[in-house]
Ligand binder design. Structure first.
Ligand SMILES: NC(=O)c1ccc[n+]([C@@H]2O[C@H](COP(=O)([O-])OP(=O)(O)OC[C@H]3O[C@@H](n4cnc5c(N)ncnc54)[C@H](OP(=O)(O)O)[C@@H]3O)[C@@H](O)[C@H]2O)c1
Length: 341
């Protein structure tokens, strides 16, 4: 950090869905950035990104990127392969890395952080802090206060995940498929071998031999790690839907102590990062299209589930490019600055 408190910052994956959002979150939160550099692959040479009224050239990420320039914080979102290779280089060169990929999340030596849930874990970092899977991050924000108030026995989650969770090319393909359908033309298939427009995909990730997808495994493992509940019983089904932004999650819980609906509403309405939208008969319930671009995790449709003891159901929506990625990473970076890195 400079004597003025300005932080030197690198954003890796600057042209991607998360990278683009990173710049808008940094700008909106008036992040105390001094020098800022944007990196992507050789494909992006010549491109620029807009930040704080200026345009930053996008540089190609090369082996010596963090030696030629010194950075306090590196925000990485260019996939696990790049993070595995470049995060240790950035750390050796003196930076702290906040990594959006899955590369380091389950490493016992790396904190996996949602600031509203486990901010103190940031202080344990040895150079890398992992940002969770977007679905897990959104899920943990309302789960934490419920867990603290009532205890958690078991969770069953079904997701309705937006296409921007798969990156900028997926957004472009849903747009192109929708336009083609409206024009009566054949739908293009560059990202998905199937139609994404007007469809629902119960498999959009690698499938393990036991039938679980990679995304489902991440959400289960990471939720246990973030909440600090290694034995939590959790079952997850991840589904891709033709929504541009914001993941929705149907969450069914069994709590240890009885959780009356009014009490759950009271607990959630005071919880950090949560906003209650729960009056379904008056049309107040979380909808991804209207909530895209906003910061909170929204909870609604809170109701008892009489099929099990202490059963509870709720509907959770969060913008996965913000709370599930860029916002969460910037919140971690802000805490690092508060703690003197
Ligand atoms: N999308 C989400 O909602 C979300 C949420 C949480 C976490 N994440 C994670 O964040 C990461 C990025 O996701 P995304 O959705 O932003 O993907 P994306 O839209 O496909 O963007 C990928 C970014 O990585 C860059 N990149 C690719 N190969 C590179 C290389 N060899 N060297 C340097 N940069 C390279 C790309 O640059 P070019 O433009 O030059 O190719 C682009 O800037 C992934 O690990 C993903 O799992 C995503």
């Amino acid at each position: 950090m400079s004597p003025s408190g300005a932080v030197s910052l690198a954003v890796v994956g600057a042209t991607g869905a998360v990278g683009q959002e990173m710049f808008s979150v940094l700008e909106q939160r008036r992040f105390p950035a001094g020098k800022v550099r944007a990196f992507a692959s050789a494909r992006s040479t010549g491109r620029t990104v807009a930040f704080n009224g200026t345009t930053l050239p996008v540089g190609e990420l090369k082996a010596d990127a963090f030696e030629r320039d010194r950075f306090d914080i590196v925000l990485m979102s260019a996939g696990a392969k790049i993070s595995r290779e470049y995060a240790p280089r950035a750390v050796s060169a003196g930076a702290v890395v906040v990594d959006n990929s899955s590369a380091w999340r389950m490493d016992p030596g790396v904190p996996l952080v949602v600031p509203e849930v486990n901010a103190p874990d940031i202080r344990r970092h040895k150079g890398i802090i992992a940002n969770p899977n977007c679905t897990a991050a959104i899920l943990c924000v309302p789960l934490k206060p419920i867990s603290d108030a009532f205890g958690l026995e078991r969770i069953v989650v079904s997701t309705y995940q937006a296409v921007s969770g798969k990156g900028a090319r997926a957004v472009a393909e849903l747009e192109a498929q929708t336009r083609a359908w409206a024009a009566g033309q054949a739908l293009p298939h560059n990202v998905w071998p199937y139609d994404m427009a007007f469809n629902v995909l119960a498999v959009d990730w690698k499938v393990a031999e036991d039938g679980t997808t990679e995304e489902e495994a991440k959400v289960m493992e990471e939720t246990r790690k973030i909440l600090g509940l290694p034995n939590l019983r959790i079952s997850v089904t991840c589904v891709r839907v033709p929504v541009f932004r914001c993941h929705s999650e149907s969450v069914n819980l069994q709590t240890r102590r009885k959780a009356a609906v009014a009490e759950v509403r009271r607990v959630l309405s005071g919880a950090p990062g949560v906003e209650l939208l729960d009056d379904p008969r008056a049309g107040r319930f979380p909808r991804p299209k209207e909530l895209a671009g906003s910061d909170p995790v929204y909870a609604g449709r809170i109701r008892e589930d009489g099929s099990v003891e202490n059963g509870l159901s709720l509907w959770v929506v969060g913008d996965q490019l913000r709370k599930g990625a860029a916002l969460n990473a910037v919140q971690i970076a802000e805490r690092l600055i508060q703690d003197g890195l």
